[in-house]
Design a protein around this ligand. Sequence first.
Ligand SMILES: Nc1nc2c(ncn2[C@@H]2O[C@H](COP(=O)(O)OP(=O)(O)O)[C@@H](O)[C@H]2O)c(=O)[nH]1
Ligand SMILES: [Mg+2]
Ligand SMILES: [Zn+2]
Length: 297
Amino acid sequence: MSSITCGLVIAAHGRHYTVEFSDGSLRHCFPRGKKGQAAVGDRVQVSLQGEAEGAIERIEPRRNLLYRSDEMRTKVFAANVDQLLIVLAVAPPFSVDLLGRALVGAWSADIRPLIILNKIDLVDGLAQARAQLSDIDRLGVPIIELCAHHKEAARDKLLPYLHGQANLLLGQSGMGKSTLLNALVPDALAATREISTALGTGKHTTTSTRLYHLPDGNGDLIDSPGFQAFGLSHLSDSDIERGFPEFAEHAAHCRFYNCTHLHEPGCQVLQALDHAQIGQERHALYARILQERGRNK
Ligand SMILES: Nc1nc2c(ncn2[C@@H]2O[C@H](COP(=O)(O)OP(=O)(O)O)[C@@H](O)[C@H]2O)c(=O)[nH]1
Ligand SMILES: [Mg+2]
Ligand SMILES: [Zn+2]
């Protein structure tokens, strides 16, 4: 007879997972049958098998699940996330479109976003990067500027925001996510090696997403692979509208209760757009996301 033990999914490798238990031990676990997919950050019930393996019998109810989707597939980032750390850099240029989508995704899942503007040592591009963030800055999303190469200063600046929470690092490649991870979790490399050991040599260990504990055990940091797309075809119209909080005060006064803020007469969002109270790019992104969804229905 095998016993059931509760654990935390700390890494996903396709259809199998690394689960950490309260004594710190790790096991290589497979889902039992064809049940729903587990995600990094999930709490799971595992029946222990042998010395180092287990079967996931049950996924505990989630607080939230962050994912992206398009007409082809759904891609899960992580579960039970408190805060989304969106990593941008002064250079190479970042995509304002992807940033806006990440914010929509976060808010729709009740996850608080925080923006990290990295590489501020590249002073020539700093003003331009800040200008690109002005619409977002006005929304009140915190923007932390730092240089990940200065490990200690970066750590001192960021850690107070991360303590006691499950934080997910997200960003396009080249923004400095790995550099930042190594600044925040100095033994990240060793922890990754420990997973490989727990999985046994010879096993395929390509890890797409990985949860690390912050030093002092005061919160977690989940590292995810870089992304180049952030489809939101799973969201409802109202989820999407919630991703544009600057629309709300105007939308309340639109003539039609079901106004889409795209073409309706008496639309106060469009009027605010005309008066530059709402950013052009922000409204264009809103329209794009709605349009993509329309195509997928
Ligand atoms: N100038 C500068 N370069 C940085 C900084 N942080 C990271 N980089 C560099 O940016 C490149 C991409 O960093 P990396 O951490 O691999 O990005 P990732 O793809 O997001 O994981 C590397 O060459 C880093 O050395 C920074 O604060 N300033
Ligand atoms: Mg990287
Ligand atoms: Zn409207």
